[in-house]
Design a protein around this ligand. Sequence first.
Ligand code: NOJ
Length: 731
Amino acid sequence: MALITRYALLLLTAASCALHTLGLPTTDAASDNTLTWDDAYTKARSIVHRMSLEQKVGLATGMGWEKTLCVGNTYASTNPNFPSLCLQDSPLGIRFADNVTAGVSGITAAASFDKVAIRQRGEYMASEFKAKGVHFQLGPSVDIMRAPQSGRAWEGFGEDPWLSGVAGRETITGIQSQGVIATVKHYIGNSQETHRTTSSSNIDKRTLHEVWTWPYARAVEAGVGAIMCSYNLVDDTYACENDYILNTVLKNEMGFRGLVMSDWGATHSTVESANAGLDMTMPGDILMGDGFTYFGANLTKAVQDGQVSDDRVTDMALRITAAYYKMRQDEGYPDTTLNTFNRSEAPEVLVQGDHATFVREIGAAGVVLLRNQDNILPLKTSDLKKIALIGSHAGPIPQGLNGCPDQSCGRGHLAMGWGSGTADFPYLITPTDGITARAGGNLKLVHTYDDYDLDGARELAADADIAIVFAMADAGEEYIVVNGNNDRQNLSLWNNGDNLIQAVSEVNDNVIVVINAVGPVLMPWIDHENIKAVVWPGLAGQESGNSLADVLFGDVNPSGRLPYTIARNKDDYGAHISSDAELDYSEKLLVGYKWFDAKGIDPLFEFGYGLSYTNFEYSGLSARVTRKQGAGAQVIASITLSNTGDRDGAEIPQAYIAFPKSAGEPPKLLRGFQKVFLQAGEQKAIDFEFTEKELSVWDEESEMWKHSEGEFTVHIGASSRDIRASASFII
Ligand code: NOJ
């Protein structure tokens, strides 16, 4: 017992040191309805210390694939009593369940650049997970979009670690405020599907800290209960048995006090994994469904043989039970009413409330307006008689609603990618549905869903006042291949999209292109003079068509921003999918827009870009150092924002920091954004605050965050390339 306590104390000390060194605010306070970790550990200790070795091991071991109600369940313990915990996908809603909300994907939540909405999304999702008795939501994903083709980047928050950190933090805070344990994933370097279980992501330590672990550090500050280690290897050691990334970085440097669970089937050993910091193996099996496990009796034996210490297993059990107590799941948690593998046997439990209203709103908030010539948008219904809707993507999914495994249809309206990061649609409002509902009886709508009948499309478009062409690009998780893709094979539109857009543009001079895509696409038609508007609504979930119509008709003034770069050419990007076994992250810090900035490449639509129906002006930037280095350097930049147009709307001012040259950083790094609503004619002063950590770099020699010294510049603007004001400060 004494040993156990000392071990726990050691971890505690490590945790508080790490946080102090970084000068970060700890969120280990019960401000979000959760217990502090300290209080949770007190409760955890009182039960775990009464458990046998086998009982502790049971908490850390999944009961097996397709053996239980959820995609993963732990073993329960009796005397002392502790329940079997239910773990369920996904980051956007409850997978394998009926009567649930299928909301916007992570990438579209990120495109809203709206912290409040992102938190509310976490709250409503978790309220559904809790009502169905799910203890762990397997999300959010903070996998950074390294290569634009990556199959699952749409589950996460885009190409920038700072944005991913904020979106992850808000999502986690929202989820956990409802009493559900958030599971942030996939730790780490899981940035492509190709050979995801056999390739090694090789990342130098500075890049690892500044880019890849950044969102996890923010998740830990937000008190995240669980982290899922990934399938891939990191520097030639499997992520789930990698001592450096689990013990050193996550548990010691970041002070993570929750549990590390494996991705499904990502555990490859007993002793190495346990000693490297893995706390729970999921779904238990060695190979999915084989009934064997690396934990269970194998872990018990490893302890008896002295290869894994009893303290280590106690620590696993403490971490698992502490996450449970932190989220107050002992205070009356609903029974699990999912039945993942026998859906028809699940009792009917309605959990959706009016979440659809929120999904519609955040969907509209995530619409990015890329082009709007001649102010063709919002649609002026009084001037229009006929609109042609062209492309299968405007209509229903031909295979039927939820007609393909894990949403892998690849046809019809796209409102989420495919794979485990999905939920079943209760219904799907297509663009045609949404536009029809809003257009009213006086406006005639005609449509064709045939993407290959170009003559038919031309004919329909030729005599319409406006032709809206719909196209998409899909992607998803490795275990399903659609038309040769999980990672995308190319960045082109699917289903003849480019030809369709081109054909319609030949015959109608008021073309609006609407693209729902998992990530960037190439736009060979972009310079066509008849393409007046390009609208980018992301992956908007069940209310997709309504969210789109809200923006097209001007009920919502668009304010969404690109969470990634859309390049002119594929080769402009700094990283691509590779089939090599060794994936060297040779772009280092130059992920996403930082590559384009550093190499002087002009993107087609840059990170952070998005138009509004009104105009905003920026004035009077000042930057001041409020606390000197050593006492936690902190800088505040202030600027005044005015809505100079004639419509109310929200602007997303973004703050980018350029470090002193000697720091060796990319030309600029996102370090702040806000969503500011301004009525027409209104102006507002806003502040951006930069913490010590945000002005530091990871020093490989000392293995610590270190302040950069010298002249910094803060750039504030409407996108990463539309900088409206800059100011310098010295620290
Ligand atoms: C594998 C996926 O990578 C992970 O994200 C998911 O949570 C598990 N499968 C469980 O379905």
